[in-house]
Design a protein around this ligand. Sequence first.
Ligand SMILES: Cc1cc2nc3c(=O)[nH]c(=O)nc-3n(C[C@H](O)[C@H](O)[C@H](O)COP(=O)(O)OP(=O)(O)OC[C@H]3O[C@@H](n4cnc5c(N)ncnc54)[C@H](O)[C@@H]3O)c2cc1C
Length: 320
Amino acid sequence: MLVFCFGEDQVALSVLDKRWLLEQFQDRVQFDEPMSRHTSFKVGGPADAVVSPESILELASLVHYCRRNGLPYLVVGDGTNIIVRDQGIRGVVIVLTIGFNGIDRVEEKDDEVIIRSMAGARTRSLCRYAIRHALKGMNFALGIPGTIGGAIAGNAGTTQSSMAEVVDAIEVFEPSGNVVRYLKKNLCFSYRRLSWKTAELPIILTGYFKLHPTDATQLKKEASEIMKRRLAKQPAGSPCAGCFFKNPSSGVSAGELIDRAGLKGESVGGAQVSSKHANFIVNTGSATAEDILLLMERIEKNVFRIFGLHLEPEVKILGY
Ligand SMILES: Cc1cc2nc3c(=O)[nH]c(=O)nc-3n(C[C@H](O)[C@H](O)[C@H](O)COP(=O)(O)OP(=O)(O)OC[C@H]3O[C@@H](n4cnc5c(N)ncnc54)[C@H](O)[C@@H]3O)c2cc1C
């Protein structure tokens, strides 16, 4: 989600802005903070400020301040599905992982249990909570890094399922300052996407998940099989953002197209197409965002030339 326009022409924070942010957030604000510290690709230039509000009141006052003073702001989770360009991000990056990470059971009826997870909680924590309480529905998300906010915003998933299948409702913080609850029937999920009626998605605060009581032993067995399959397929260790491109609707996966185009191992600077999984671009250590984006363009061009198919990035490109 992105509010207002980020770009080279945006002014950096004024002295007054910095003073206000420091007064309000003390050690929970960092100025000129390298986004490489906040992304799983480990690339990205500095954000003017990265702020971690701890409560709705703090979030509301931050958003209000930004809007009143024309400062762009943007929420990120764990940065596992974004690339921040090398010149960084002008404005305020909001991170919800400090104060917005509770998970609890809020409702139970027949064979349904509703679990509430705040947006800054890790997806893996929700998966573990479900396993601990013998609740079925979340195992598909085992091994997906990042936060619940990021997972809902991008309808994270696998071939087995996606967030759209388990989300029952969400609460968002609207730019007006209101917290509004949306039931699933009013949400527009599609493949790796949650569309919104306005151009930009508002800040997601909470997800409500409909899960089902099940046999704990069976659930644990399924979980370990899912994790084993994931580890066998994906490159481990190198910084990346998971699958780089969405699978085209034609039926052949993006990874297979890239592989068939002979691009496994292809590299630009420190960015390389993984030889284990062709839809993973990895940072071999010294990649810049530009290296990754140049490699992305090379893959897109070659796949289009050979197969006539446009690959669309799943990873969101932010900054300038
Ligand atoms: C090794 C690896 C494996 C992966 N495997 C998978 C997989 O199997 N399936 C899959 O779908 N993805 C996968 N991913 C991608 C990524 O982990 C998921 O998309 C994840 O859900 C993103 O969460 P995040 O918190 O890191 O979001 P971020 O990357 O921080 O943000 C992603 C987008 O969501 C927006 N956003 C974040 N939080 C909020 C919020 N609270 N409100 C509104 N907008 C918000 C951001 O502005 C941004 O546009 C993988 C990534 C890695 C590194």
